[in-house]
Structure formats: structure tokens, C-alpha cells
Design a protein around this ligand. Structure first.
Ligand code: MSP
Length: 501
């Protein structure tokens, strides 16, 4: 079993500010990184995110902003970094495709594949979608509109360089089908989708260049001064350029891309094909091992429509985090929809989770427990006492929780992991209602009351530890409020949101 963990997010295009869809991938990756740091130690986890800064649409955005491309991407990358820090994203590195470490690595990778004979020059004719930066073969468009974004395509004829995807098709099918690689593409539905695509279509070689007259803002091909690299061949390399280098013999070295490490790519389902077809073949052609898992999550939709800049329905993640609190926002995204499926985003949805799970369940449990400690024991957690039967159920659940978390996090099931934690919260709240501590106090049953309070504290402490990867600030506050022996009670963590009609 690998004892190190390397997790990546897509690198985001900088032509537009991030919306909640982008923040979703980063919050999920952040939660996994934090969870694994707790499990494996900080030094054994590496979390990478970054920005994708080349291509025609970025050049266009720079022109519109009346800035040079580099000035524009510098500003935009700063905004992304700033956003991630405000959302408590704990990435260890931030890769930009305009950094020299990346450019060097892309050019080296291109040379290696070219020398190997897997890149050739040919005439290209086809339909091109500039906003998506994608070529569409004639067979895939019926009306000259982009099958993805539905905008008009441009008819193009030029000389370009092609990467021999077709040569590797059989290898890839075999690799994905190998039972040892059952968790290579996840969830299983996406694995089936990729396999059925590969089994029903003949892969066309991938055009990996653009003539410099049509696109000046890109990485020059090392073997043609008239061309720059297609954005995806440039962008995908970020996962290796950020953590390692090729040596003089064209062997790639990295402490984070080695057999000791579980390498995981989180992506949205929109870019599954690039990650599950182009990228594996690029790695194979470069003689580099495959990642362990490529997980494609679903989309956040607004009234059944995908959220995207082109549809004009984007929601600003910072606005949501400021309005409802960062941890409530993180909680909602991870809890409301099973990772992998699509979800509908609405503020009513956040408020429902906030008032229910956070205010009524978690906030209430902590506040009422600390209030009892103040009232009955002047703020000092009592020692001793003996437990009754329902207390032992809670003890058992406390012991089982780390295992439940391990299972659910191992399968990227954030919502289930949170359900497991909330099972304990709810059991403990029920325990308070059933035990009726106010009666124990009245009747002078001190031994029982002490054990009862101690168990509540133990349950809350475990909840505090286990929610840390999901809701880091809340976890910190819980642990702080519990104190060492003396508690430090604050206001309720999640005061109910009153809905005005
Ligand atoms: N630059 C490429 C990725 C290169 S990775 C080598 C790109 N960038 S993007 O800015 O368009 O970001 C796409 C990613 O943002 C998706 O894969 C997903 O992670 C996230 N999301 C964008 N919109 C989304 C939703 N509406 N819902 C959920 N996530 C979505 O593609």
C-alpha cells in the first residue's frame, strides 16, 4: 500500500473568475488532502492546484482588458491564489503554465515523444471551436455548431503536428480493463463510459499544435518555430512539471510520482476524456507510470442548467462563503450531493442544511453540553462516574467512526463520511434528551451525571477531530471550546438563519 498521497485539481483557465463549480473541485481536493495529512503525516501528502494560462481565449481576454497577455495572466493567477486562500484551500504548490519550470518540461516532453516517432506532421482540415479550443471531426458535427457549447465552428485547413493516439488505443483498453486497475477511472459509471467510447470508436490522432499566426500565446514546439503547443498537451503536463524533471536520458524523476505514492487526479466530468484518454497515452509514450485514480465528479447546475460563464449563470464562491460562513458553504457542497453526481445549487438548499444539520444538530449539541458543564461543574469537565447502557452505544460508535471515515473517504464518498459523523451527533443529542440530565442533577445522581457529561465531551471531541478536513475552522473552534480541563464556551457556532417572507 502506498503511504504517500499526491492529489491534483484541474488547472483553471484564467480568462474568467472562478465560480462555485471550480471551488467545488478545490474544496473536495482540499478535504482529501487534509484527511490524508491527518492519517499519513503532513510530509507524506502533496496537494497541487494551479492555472492554465495559454491559448486563444486567454489572449482574447487580455486584449479586451487592454493588457499584455503576461500582465493579464499575472493578475488573474493572483486572484485565483487569493480566492483559494480565502476558502482555506491548503495546497502545497501552485503551478502556472507560464512558469519556466513548466515550459521547460512541456518542451522536453514534446521532444521525447517526437524523437520516439509518436508525433508527425500532416495537413489538417476540420472544424474548430475557439471558445472550447477543440477540433471536431466532420463525423461529430452535423450542423457546424460545437457539440459541447453549441457555438459556431470555424472551418480550418493548415499544416500541423499530430500525436499518435491511435497507436495506443489497444494498450489503453487493456490497461483500463485490467482487474488490478479497477479504481483507475472512478466512479465506475465513468469507467464504463470511457471503455465504451474506446470500444466503439477508432481514436483519431490528436492535433497538438497551432500555427503561430493563429495563436501566438502558447509554448513554442521545440521542433517547429512556426507552431505552438495545443493547450491540452501543455496543460496536462502540469501534473508532472510541478513535482519533477526529466534527466539527460529522458527519464522522469519525482518523489511525488513514484510507486510509493497514491496519485489522484480530481476533475469535473467535462474533462474526463482529456484525463482518461489523452493523458494516460501521453504518460505511456513518455515512459511514465499512470496515476492511481482519475475521479470525475458531477456538475453544479442552476435550475437544471450547467453553471458556466458562457451561460451567464455563475455564482461567486466568495459571496456564498461570506454570506453563510466558509465552513457552512464547504459543508453544503460536500454533504448535499454524493460526489460523482450532478447537483442543483440554491441558497435555499444551503439555508436548509445550515438550520438543520449545523444549527439544530451540531451547534446545539456543543452549546447545550458546554452550558451544562458551566452550570453543574463551573466550567470544569468532571472526572469519574459510571455509564449506563445507551452510553455504551455511543462509545461503540466513537470507536467505529475512524473506520467508517476510512471506508467512505477511500471511495471519495464525502457525503457518506459526513453522514457517519452526523450519526454520532444525532445519537448524542438523542442521548441528552433521553437521559434528562436536569433530572439527574435534581435527584443528586452525581456519579451518573459526571459519566454522562464526560461522554458528551468525548463524543464532541471526536466529532471535532473528524470534521477537521471538511470544516477546518469549526473543528478548531470545537477543540478550543472544549479546552483541556476547563472549557472556553463561545456563542453558538451556527446561529439559525431566520427566513424572511
Ligand atoms: N484548463 C482546463 C483544465 C486543464 S487540467 C489539465 C479547464 N479549465 S476550467 O477552468 O474550464 O475548469 C474546468 C473544471 O472546473 C471542471 O473540470 C471542474 O473541475 C470545475 N467546474 C467547472 N464548472 C463546473 C460546474 N458547474 N460544476 C462542478 N464543477 C465544474 O477545463
Amino acid at each position: 500500500m502506498p503511504n504517500k498521497f499526491y492529489i491534483t485539481t484541474p488547472i483553471y483557465y484564467v480568462n474568467a473568475p472562478a465560480h462555485i463549480g471550480h471551488s467545488y473541485t478545490n474544496i473536495a481536493a482540499d478535504t482529501l488532502a487534509r484527511y490524508n495529512r491527518n492519517l499519513l503525516g503532513k510530509e507524506n501528502v502533496w496537494f497541487l492546484t494551479g492555472t492554465d494560462e495559454h491559448g486563444q481565449k486567454i489572449k482574447k481576454a487580455a486584449d479586451q482588458a487592454k493588457l499584455s497577455p503576461i500582465e493579464f495572466v499575472d493578475q488573474a493567477a493572483m486572484q485565483f491564489r487569493d480566492l483559494w486562500s480565502k476558502l482555506a484551500i491548503s495546497n502545497d504548490d501552485f503551478i502556472r503554465t507560464t512558469q519556466s519550470r513548466h515550459i521547460k518540461c512541456v518542451q522536453k516532453a514534446l521532444s521525447i515523444v517526437y524523437e520516439k516517432g509518436d508525433i508527425y506532421e500532416d495537413k489538417y482540415e476540420g472544424w474548430y471551436c475557439t471558445p472550447c479550443e477543440t477540433f471536431w471531426p466532420k463525423t461529430q458535427t452535423t450542423d457546424n455548431f460545437c457539440p459541447d457549447c453549441k457555438r459556431p465552428l470555424e472551418n480550418i485547413s493548415e499544416t500541423n503536428f499530430f500525436f499518435k493516439l491511435s497507436k495506443y488505443q489497444d494498450w489503453l483498453v487493456k490497461y483500463i480493463k485490467d482487474p488490478a486497475h479497477i479504481s483507475y477511472i472512478q466512479p465506475a459509471s465513468r469507467r464504463n463510459e470511457v471503455l465504451s467510447f474506446l470500444e466503439n470508436n477508432k481514436l483519431e490522432d490528436l492535433c497538438i499544435s497551432r500555427p503561430i499566426e493563429r495563436l501566438s500565446w502558447g509554448i513554442p514546439l521545440p521542433f517547429s518555430c512556426k507552431h505552438v503547443t495545443y493547450v491540452w498537451f501543455d496543460a496536462l503536463i502540469n501534473y508532472i512539471s510541478a513535482v519533477g524533471e526529466f534527466d539527460d536520458k529522458n527519464i522522469y524523476h519525482s518523489v511525488w510520482w513514484d510507486k510509493e505514492v497514491k496519485v489522484t487526479h480530481l476533475v469535473g466530468k467535462d474533462i474526463l476524456r482529456h484525463h482518461a484518454i489523452y493523458w494516460p497515452i501521453m504518460l505511456e509514450a513518455l515512459g511514465i507510470r499512470q496515476p492511481d485514480t482519475i475521479f470525475a465528479h458531477g456538475w453544479w447546475m442552476i435550475n437544471e442548467d450547467k453553471m458556466s460563464k458562457s451561460r451567464g449563470n455563475v455564482v461567486n464562491p466568495l459571496e456564498m462563503a461570506e454570506k453563510y460562513g466558509l465552513d457552512a458553504y464547504r459543508y453544503f457542497l460536500l454533504r448535499d450531493v454524493p460526489f460523482g453526481l450532478d447537483g442543483n445549487f440554491s441558497e435555499e438548499g444551503i439555508i436548509k442544511r445550515f438550520n438543520g444539520d449545523l444549527a439544530n444538530d451540531l451547534g446545539n449539541l456543543i452549546y447545550r453540553t458546554l452550558t451544562m458543564i458551566e452550570k453543574y461543574y463551573s466550567g470544569i469537565v468532571p472526572g469519574g462516574g459510571s455509564l449506563d447502557n445507551s452510553g455504551w452505544d455511543i462509545k461503540e460508535k466513537i470507536g467505529a467512526l475512524p473506520i467508517e471515515l476510512n471506508d467512505s473517504m477511500g471511495t471519495f464518498n464525502f457525503s457518506l463520511a459526513l453522514e457517519y459523523i452526523w450519526d454520532l451527533v444525532n445519537m448524542t443529542n438523542k442521548y441528552v434528551e433521553e437521559t434528562k440530565p436536569w433530572n439527574l442533577a435534581k435527584e443528586g445522581k452525581d456519579e451518573q451525571l459526571k459519566a454522562f457529561i464526560r461522554l458528551l465531551v468525548e463524543a464532541i471531541r471526536v466529532v471535532g477531530q473528524q470534521i477537521a478536513p471538511f470544516m477546518p475552522k469549526t473543528a478548531e473552534s470545537i477543540i478550543l471550546q472544549l479546552g483541556n480541563a476547563k472549557i472556553n464556551k463561545t456563542n453558538p457556532l451556527f446561529p439559525r438563519i431566520e427566513i424572511k417572507n
